[in-house]
Write a protein that binds this ligand. Structure first.
Ligand SMILES: C[S@@+](CC[C@H](N)C(=O)[O-])C[C@H]1O[C@@H](n2cnc3c(N)ncnc32)[C@H](O)[C@@H]1O
Length: 233
């Protein structure tokens, strides 16, 4: 079974371990891939909804992996014990939902060797929360799938780490690659367009949003300049 680049990037990044938890697994594609590629002895596939969990169970049965992949229904990390999973994956959800899943079961999150996050939005707020709560960002990557860009963040709890940064731009935490530059260019085009549209439509009460967009635009422009000077690619 081939995975899409987004999930494959996550799966391939994992070194062999005992137990991986895929939180909000939905279709169980990733757990099946992880077992078939020898990444873990056991995978726990969780979902808050019964429907996706049932679909996962059927797919797991079809692959005859019932003894290696356990499906649990429940909210976030609440279905896991401390120290139960070496690696925790939370992918395909909003950054604020991921943040609340982590904060509601902080001890479980702290006990994992590695946490892999793939926020669909609000990655900046999620990174800020991680740093404020003593999680170290190990790596960040942009992955492209057709014309969509996805952000993947690898982190772990580190009691010694502390955050004294107030202003956070997510792109500084990502590998300096061509894809990151493409992603920033897209953001610059996006915010330029939004600002032009707001100016043209003269929206009442739009001043705060306008200021926000101008700040975002300038932040991405500044990041682009900085990353261009510190080329890795
Ligand atoms: C868009 S799917 C992502 C599926 C898969 N992780 C991926 O990246 O392709 C989000 C899944 O997360 C589940 N979900 C949402 N909130 C959750 C929570 N608090 N705990 C566990 N699962 C949750 C949803 O039911 C849904 O199946």
């Amino acid at each position: 079974m081939e995975l899409t680049p987004r999930l494959k990037t996550i799966g391939d990044s994992i070194e062999k371990c005992d137990v991986i938890a895929d939180v909000g697994s939905d279709h169980a594609y990733l757990p099946i891939y992880l077992i078939n590629n020898g990444k873990a002895d056991k995978v726990i596939a969780t979902d808050i909804n019964v429907g996706p969990a049932e679909i996962s169970r059927k797919r797991i049965k079809r692959f005859r992996l019932e003894d290696r992949i356990e499906v649990r229904v429940g909210d976030g990390l609440k279905v896991l014990d401390n120290d139960e999973a070496d690696v925790i994956i939370i992918a395909g959800m909003g950054g604020l939902l991921i943040q609340s899943i982590l904060s509601e079961s902080l001890e479980v999150a702290k006990s994992a060797d590695k946490i892999i996050l793939q926020p669909m939005r609000d990655s900046r707020l999620l990174i800020k929360w991680l740093l404020d709560n003593s999680f170290s960002i190990l790596e960040g990557k942009i992955v492209k799938e057709k014309d969509k860009y996805y952000e993947v963040i690898w982190c772990c709890y580190d009691e010694k780490s502390r955050n004294d940064v107030n202003e956070i731009n997510e792109v500084y935490y990502y590998n300096n690659t061509f894809l990151l530059h493409e992603y920033i260019d897209k953001k610059i085009v996006q915010y330029t367009r939004i600002i032009e549209q707001m100016k043209a439509s003269n929206i009442v009460d739009g001043e705060a949003r306008m200021k926000e967009c101008i700040k975002e635009l300038n932040d991405y422009k500044e990041a682009k300049k900085w990353l261009s000077l510190n080329v890795e690619r």
